[in-house]
Design a protein around this ligand. Structure first.
Ligand code: CAA
Length: 285
């Protein structure tokens, strides 16, 4: 089976990015969230990205119009019922994901393949809760989705070979490189990246250096494209803290103890770029 209709549940930064690359690849994309303002914001963001490409001469007006025609926005999960592949990109909370997939199992065609963009939760556990574990797969995208090439493809214990093949092929269709990973907390990238980001926040807590100095040091000394604390802001400190806390619980290893700065910023609602403030202040940028 080849994907023609792509459903995306969750219109935050990642969901909007996935919808964007799907529309660019000519898929019929339905993007759903619980509130009209979220889907409107996501569509406006995509349009802005495409307008920038048109202004740079990298995209024609006609192509942009086609991309826009490929996207339908909605606030009803019922509109996801006949999609071939449904990618869930909602809040990083395993109990909410399990509940939502159970509901989607009632709504969607039995042929619909379910994918979760979870950054590290168990695909097996989400699959079993959904009621269709053989059709559940992890498809983990990276932020910003229109730019980052990788998608980690993660089977659960009961995921069928057809489901894995569909997820893998869809990555290729939308211009991404699929890399298979076993089900383990954080898969490949977050297993290595999240402790690094958490350690940068610990270094900041301990007064090793300022936010700016830590970031500049990693750019100049390790050739990172972006400093770790700026990357916390890009990923979303709320998302990051959820993953760190999950690692801490799952591995039972004190090296994953969440940095105080991450906890304080989440308590203050300073999640990073998406809220206008994190380690940096974006209101002034
Ligand atoms: N959406 C769409 N396009 C974007 C974009 C966005 N949010 N941000 C940048 N771009 C595009 C720009 O339009 C530009 O395109 P053109 O080449 O066509 O002009 C291109 O990307 C380069 O952008 P810039 O020159 O403005 O910026 P840059 O050189 O600083 O690169 C970056 C931006 C590629 C994002 C770079 O900062 C980078 O590599 N950052 C690290 C990103 C990263 O590590 N992501 C993984 C996070 S972990 C994760 O996501 C998983 C998880 O579960 C937590």
């Amino acid at each position: 089976m080849t994907v023609k209709k792509l459903g995306v549940l969750g219109a935050g930064t990642m969901g909007a990015g996935i919808a964007q690359v799907g529309a660019q690849a000519g898929l019929q994309v339905t993007l759903v969230d619980i509130d009209q303002k979220f889907v409107d914001k996501a569509l406006a963001g995509m349009k802005k990205n495409w307008e920038k490409s048109v202004a740079k001469g990298k995209l024609s007006e006609e192509a942009m119009k086609k991309y826009l025609d490929n996207i339908q926005i909605s606030c009803s999960n019922d509109d996801l019922k006949d999609c071939d592949l449904l990618i869930e990109v909602i809040v990083e909370n395993i109990d909410i994901k399990k509940k939502v997939f159970k509901e989607l199992n009632e709504i969607c065609s039995p042929d619909t393949v379910f994918a979760s963009n979870t950054s590290g939760f168990s695909i097996t556990e989400i699959g079993v809760a959904s009621g269709r574990p053989e059709k559940m797969v992890g498809m983990h995208f990276f932020n910003p989705v229109p730019v980052m090439k990788l998608v980690e493809v993660i089977p659960g214990v009961e995921t069928s070979p057809d489901t894995i093949a569909l997820a893998t092929e869809t990555c290729q269709v939308i211009g991404k490189t699929p890399i298979p990973a076993k089900e383990a907390p954080g898969f490949i990238v977050n297993r290595l990246l999240v402790p690094y980001l958490n350690d940068a926040a610990h270094a900041y807590d301990e007064g090793v250096a300022s936010v700016e100095a830590i970031d500049e040091a990693m750019k100049l000394g390790a050739n990172m494209p972006i400093g770790p604390l700026a990357l916390c802001d890009l990923v979303g400190i709320d998302v990051l803290l959820n993953v760190v806390e999950y690692f801490y619980k799952e591995f039972g290893d004190p090296k994953f103890r969440p940095a105080q700065a991450l906890k304080n910023k989440v308590r203050a609602g300073h999640y990073g770029i998406k809220t206008g403030k994190g380690f940096y202040d974006y209101a002034t940028k």
